[in-house]
Design a protein around this ligand. Sequence first.
Ligand SMILES: C[S@@+](CC[C@H](N)C(=O)[O-])C[C@H]1O[C@@H](n2cnc3c(N)ncnc32)[C@H](O)[C@@H]1O
Length: 433
Amino acid sequence: MNISILSVFPSLYKDFLETSLLKRAQAEGHVSFTVAGFTDFCTPKERLDGPTAGHGAGMAIRPEVIGRAVEHFEQQHGVAYRIFLTPQGKRLDQDLVRDIARIIQEKKHLMVVAGRYEGIDARAQEKYVDLELSIGDYVLMGGDLPAMVLLEALLRYIPGVVGRSESVEKDSFSGPFVDFPTYTAPAVWDGKAIPEVLLSGNHAVIDAWRKKVAVEKSVKKHFEWVRSHCIQDEDRALAAQSIPPHYIVLMHDEVILEPGVTGTSSVTSLDIHDIARSAKTYGLEGYYLVTSLLDQQAIVRKILEFWETSGIEYNKQRHHAVSLVSLMGSLDQVMEAIERKEGKRPILVGTSARKCSGVRQITYKDQDVVWKEDRPVLFILGTAKGLAPQVMERCEYVLAPIEGFLKFNHLSVRSAAAVIFDRWLGINLVKLD
Ligand SMILES: C[S@@+](CC[C@H](N)C(=O)[O-])C[C@H]1O[C@@H](n2cnc3c(N)ncnc32)[C@H](O)[C@@H]1O
């Protein structure tokens, strides 16, 4: 297999390709490299770049130079899979690395084009590119480090390049979880000992420990990756065990009735069973309904009684969901109930349809911030016009509002609950097998 690299500064690759595993891979014939500069494809006195069309400063790499380079490389090594590095490209991750590795093992020729300045003339890129690739959402001065990043990741999948191929398959991001933590001698360093289990000599016990720790770490620190890669049921079950317990409370007390006026709202049967169904679907441990009004409590009891008795026959699934629901007289009672069950006070996470000031706002990518505290999580949802200021003030965090791109924002609380659960706890696969 040949890898052709086209760069403004080909000399940057010299040490890179003559070091360690890459050097050995070439010596053993697993891969060969052809590195060339754009200027190698310029005619005498021709520049490799030209001013960008339209107003504004900046130079771009000229299209004819690219055309000649592609022709030259492909005459030598056959038709290539052509990757142009650009910050606007598809973001590189382990899935994409594996896909590219598969393609180039068939094609046997990869061409990597590293841009510089304002980039490459768009017409040449459009004509020759198979994959526009970015190494992340930031802009570097040139595509050479991205090219090296790509090669370091890619070549691990080329047979013979890395000694033990099973270690590649087990490394972080090859499945839904990251790798387990590694230790080496000395047994105690800086007052910290290597976990005892690793010195037990019992491989089965060590494997179980490693899996557990890897899953915990993945869920707590890389939930976005886990939720987008947990395809198998057993992986989902493992991940679920590492997610801290979540609860929801729907407040019918301490809610805003109109600007500056707080009070109570009426319960609805729909909010009881629909939110319960969503809560059950996303693995919440409990759904509390708060109203201090006795007549409202009587209505809730009647609804719950139905689902505990004749409702079982009517709709068993809904009966299971509604069994999550408990009636409470205040938010404090809810917190005490959770603390009794979990042994820790819950973290209060408020919700609002509007941006809130004076509270710690979090987004739906901040699970790590909340979960690192290792406490149960309680989502607080309001009815009427939202949670009263005194409830918001008690929240340790408030989730960013759920919004569309338009100004209209009028979700029912049961819709909002479903969106919140999905965004915070839901599976969101990026591929299906
Ligand atoms: C200064 S950048 C050009 C940025 C371009 N004007 C833009 O805003 O999209 C010059 C070159 O660096 C490389 N480059 C910069 N950041 C990159 C990234 N995150 N991933 C891949 N290549 C990158 C590309 O080859 C690009 O053509």
